[in-house]
Design a protein around this ligand. Structure first.
Ligand SMILES: [Cu+2]
Length: 437
């Protein structure tokens, strides 16, 4: 059976580059005055801070800009939680607020606690009935299967960001509630690995405190080819430095059970195994490609992603890549810089445990952007799109009332696993209570 996979991968590419002057960020928090390259913003406590208005093309400078934006978001998020705590509204208070951190800032013990919990999910039985997804063998696979089944209704849709926020949070909750993990979901700051290279980073160095390393080196790899359908130009992505099975670190023995559905190979072809839901155990492969990280998800890309889009439509399209633009955005940049199988498969990508570090950074980027204009960007004006991939086939607009259901990924301990979009737009109200450091 054939899903709409070629279209899916196809969408990411092209040749026309959008270039427009970067407008100043809008900030509802307080008075803002615009200087030539920075705005001066007054924080709720009366202190002032300066924020960049456009991404520096110097990635070292942009890295500092990203830190400044993140620090601003943190301050505002903290004060909004403090204010709502005083009003005794909602269950999120400074006392129970959880803080997500960058992988490299965790202690060795914290990193090992995280990967041990992931291995616990990999060892636990699936909740998904085998009549629905015969290949889902583990609790970890419940998440992969849910993502496969919903791929065409959660990418290039109005639900993209909220769905993946809820998905990542649910995975974090499963690690905590079902596998004894006491920490929070770490994230992968692409801006840092663009500077250091992937292979030597704390995430991918292959040590016992990493998320496992590269795949074994495969020689003679060619390009991965995206797109080319619908009259759009192709995008050629270079191969990485691995390509084979992961041989080191906590996940060197893991079995990838589901997929492939739309897996880009380094000979330019794409392969699938039917609908990807049958049992197809194989090793985890990676093909770390720092060049892709540096091209699409460097510090300048991330700051540009946060500062340039003023509307959610533009924010989402920039992040995933405007079809035909030649850009795959920071979302595609992260996914394809991991490479391998299932890293290059839009449907099965959560089958590599590092997916959740990547999507935590996607979520952090959205979180920072939301805090630059919190009221609009966590309300109805913060939603754009429909329920189908690039609205194909046409479907109704996503609204605040659109339900999001993660199926068997959701822990059975939650009585009501279905939330609406309106529950998922803020990280500090509704079911969520977390911020990013
Ligand atoms: Cu996804």
């Amino acid at each position: 059976m054939h899903l709409n996979a070629p279209l899916a991968i196809t969408l990411l590419l092209g040749a026309v580059v959008h270039a427009a002057p970067a407008p100043a960020p809008q900030d509802s928090a307080a008075t803002t005055s615009v200087a030539s390259e920075v705005t001066t913003t007054t924080l709720p406590d009366g202190a002032t801070t300066t924020l960049p208005v456009a991404a520096s093309t110097d990635t070292a400078v942009a890295s500092g800009q990203l830190d400044d934006l993140a620090a601003f978001a943190l301050t505002l998020a903290n004060s909004s939680v403090a204010a709502s705590s005083k009003q005794k509204r909602g269950g999120c208070t400074l006392a129970n607020l959880s803080i997500r951190r960058e992988w490299g800032t965790l202690s060795s013990a914290e990193r090992e606690a995280y990967t041990s919990a992931v291995n616990c999910l990999l060892a636990k039985n699936a909740n998904t009935p085998s009549s629905l997804i015969p290949g889902a063998k583990s609790r970890f696979d419940d998440f992969v299967g849910t993502h496969i089944n919903q791929t065409m209704t959660i990418h290039y849709t109005g639900t993209f960001l909220a769905w993946h926020r809820y998905f990542t949070w649910s995975y974090e909750q499963a690690l905590r509630n079902e596998c004894g993990y006491t920490g929070t979901q770490p994230y992968w700051n692409w801006a840092q690995t663009a500077q250091t290279g992937l292979e030597t980073s704390p995430i991918f160095d292959g040590s016992a405190t990493s998320m496992s390393g590269n795949g074994a080196q495969v020689s003679g790899e060619g390009d991965v080819v995206l797109g080319g359908g619908g009259g759009l130009p192709e995008i050629d992505l270079p191969p990485g430095t691995g390509g084979g099975c992961v041989t080191s670190g906590p996940f060197k023995n893991m079995s990838v059970n589901l997929g492939p559905v739309s897996l880009g190979l380094t000979n330019g072809s794409t392969i699938s195994n039917g609908d990807g839901l049958t049992y197809n155990p194989r090793c985890l492969k990676r093909d770390l490609t720092t060049a892709i990280n540096q091209r699409y998800a460097n510090a300048t890309s991330v700051v540009h992603q946060i500062l340039k889009p003023q509307e959610i439509y533009d924010f989402q399209m920039t992040m995933q890549g405007y079809p035909g633009s030649g850009d795959i955005g920071v979302h595609g940049g992260g996914h394809y810089s991991i490479g391998g199988d299932p890293g290059r498969d839009l449907f099965v990508s959560p089958g590599d445990p590092v997916f959740y570090l990547h999507h935590a950074m996607i979520d952090r980027t959205w979180w920072i952007w939301q805090l630059l204009d919190l009221k609009d960007r966590t309300g109805a004006a913060g939603i754009s799109g429909t329920g189908t991939f690039l609205n194909s086939p046409p479907s109704p607009n996503t609204t605040m009332d659109t339900p999001i259901d993660l199926g068997y990924a959701t822990s059975p301990i939650y009585a009501n696993p279905t939330y609406k979009m309106s529950d998922l737009l803020s990280t500090t109200s509704g079911p969520f209570c977390y911020i990013y450091l």
